[in-house]
Ligand binder design. Structure first.
Ligand code: ADP
Length: 452
């Protein structure tokens, strides 16, 4: 059964059952109240009758009094202590014969007479002879039954009438709930069949959960599509980048095969080229793996770390390996909540770039701000042209491929740095002037705001 039908059916059925139960309750309460009223009235009449009979002197006068008190559509019967009838006055023929014996503990009894309820109460009285007898008063409930009949029709009418808006509203509810789900199914089916990232169509208004679901789904599809395009781009870039060193290696191998045996110079040149291209490929593959590792939040482990210590640790191997002057400006330890391993890797990428693309000293500084810490890496090298700056964090992007080739770059360093910064909740900004130098700033938050 479709969800729309289920919602419609169950909500209508539930409301119908509730209405019926409510009406049955009203009906029985009304019946009970009517019987109580009848009881009160008959009791009042019986008490007056008791007073009137107590004033009688002879049994013969009793007939007159009883006749005066007999209710319309009713009867009065007097029975002695042996259940022997003494008097029977009735305004409806035969009514005095109904079972009017009220059981002890009950206030009244109801018996059927000629298709109508006969309501009876009993009361002991002192008969003019001085004997204690039982007086039974019976009343036909014609009016009460008429009222109950009308009430029945009214309640049935109300139920039928109320079911119209209930049915309509449950249908609307079913539609409201299932419409976005149907749209979602259509979008997912379309995506599955065409292999594209289809969004849910139509304008999304409101702020309820269903509208939020639609918006989230559409946003998710946009993100998935972007990620897919990025991956596609990455794979095509990566294979293109790997193809170049492979072609170089292949052509040098052929050269070796053709002329390697007789020419020592060719062997040296080929081996040099093959070693250098293999090294480049190795570096590129390692960086690609880094990129894959840093693009997942679960990769990060946040703890209290000292940024000054991390900067020193990143600078040290560069000083040793290349003998470059790298200056650190910092006022003691700078403690933040972050992933030290990834921060060090990020700093290493920035410092290595500064080293590769400049010859003079490199300046680094740590500035402790209120909620974040700024790390600056400044070099006085070739700089980056303004037109290249917007693309500098793109994967495989290099300013001048031959210059980078000479320095052994892959164009992946800054994109890895950006990926790491995103994962750490940090921001990267770059300023550069050609032939003057480059400044890269990393803003690291002191505390992590992790969304669960
Ligand atoms: P790689 O350095 O491996 O080529 P990156 O992603 O680290 O890749 O850098 C991309 C490009 O940005 C480099 O090729 C280089 O042209 C330019 N670049 C990065 N840092 C600097 C810098 N400090 N000074 C000048 N150019 C830079």
């Amino acid at each position: 059964m479709k969800l729309k039908k289920k919602i419609h059916l169950f909500s209508t059925l539930l409301m119908f059952i509730l209405l019926v139960l409510l009406n049955v309750l009203i009906y029985f309460l009304f019946g009970k109240m009517s019987h109580n009223t009848e009881y009160e009235q008959l009791l009042g009449r019986a008490k007056e009758l008791t007073v009137a009979i107590s004033k009688l002197e002879t049994e013969a006068d009793a007939d007159l009094v009883l006749r005066a008190f007999v209710p319309a559509n009713g009867a009065i019967s007097i029975v002695d202590s042996n259940d022997k009838p003494l008097k029977k006055i009735q305004s409806v023929a035969g009514l005095g014969n109904v079972n009017n014996q009220v059981k002890s503990g009950d206030s009244y009894t109801i018996d059927r007479f000629d298709g109508t309820d006969a309501f009876s109460i009993s009361m002991p009285i002192i008969w003019p002879t001085g004997e204690v007898v039982t007086m039974n008063l019976t009343q036909l409930l014609t009016d009460v039954e008429e009222n109950m009949r009308v009430l029945r029709y009214v309640l049935i009418g109300v139920t039928v009438f109320a079911m119209i808006p209930i049915t309509l509203s449950s249908m609307t509810l079913g539609r409201i709930v299932t419409q976005p789900i149907e749209k979602l199914i259509t979008a997912m089916n379309k995506s599955r069949q065409s292999g594209t990232y289809e969004k849910m169509t139509g304008v999304v208004n409101g702020n309820d959960e269903l509208a939020q679901m639609e918006r989230t789904f559409n946003e998710m599809m946009v993100q998935l599509e972007q990620n897919y395009r990025k991956q596609e781009q990455f794979v095509s870039n990566a294979s293109h980048e790997l193809k170049t060193p492979l072609t170089v290696i292949e052509s040098y191998s052929r050269l070796l095969a053709r002329r390697g045996l007789e020419n020592r110079e060719v062997v040296d040149e080929a081996l040099n080229a093959i070693t250098s291209e293999t090294g480049r490929m190795k570096e590129m593959i390692e960086q690609m793996l880094d990129l894959a590792k840093s693009s997942g939040f679960q990769a990060f482990e946040f703890e209290q770390v000292d940024l000054t210590y991390l900067l020193e640790a990143a600078v040290k191997p560069l000083r040793q390996a290349y003998g470059r002057e790298i200056i650190i400006e910092a006022d003691g330890p700078t403690i933040v909540e972050t992933d030290g391993k990834f921060v060090k890797q990020l700093l290493f990428i920035l410092l290595d770039n500064a080293r590769k693309y400049s010859d003079r000293e490199i300046f680094t500084a740590i500035e402790d701000r209120e909620t974040e810490v700024e790390i600056t890496v400044r070099d006085y090298g070739k700089g980056i042209p303004q037109s290249d700056l917007p693309h500098i964090f793109d994967r495989f992007y290099r300013v001048e491929s031959d210059r980078s080739r000479k320095t052994g770059g892959t164009g992946l360093g800054l994109s890895i740095a950006k990926e790491i910064a995103d994962g750490l909740g940090a921001t990267l900004s770059i300023e550069s002037v050609v032939d003057i130098g480059t400044v890269i700033r990393v803003l690291i938050p002191k505390k992590q705001q992790r969304s669960q």
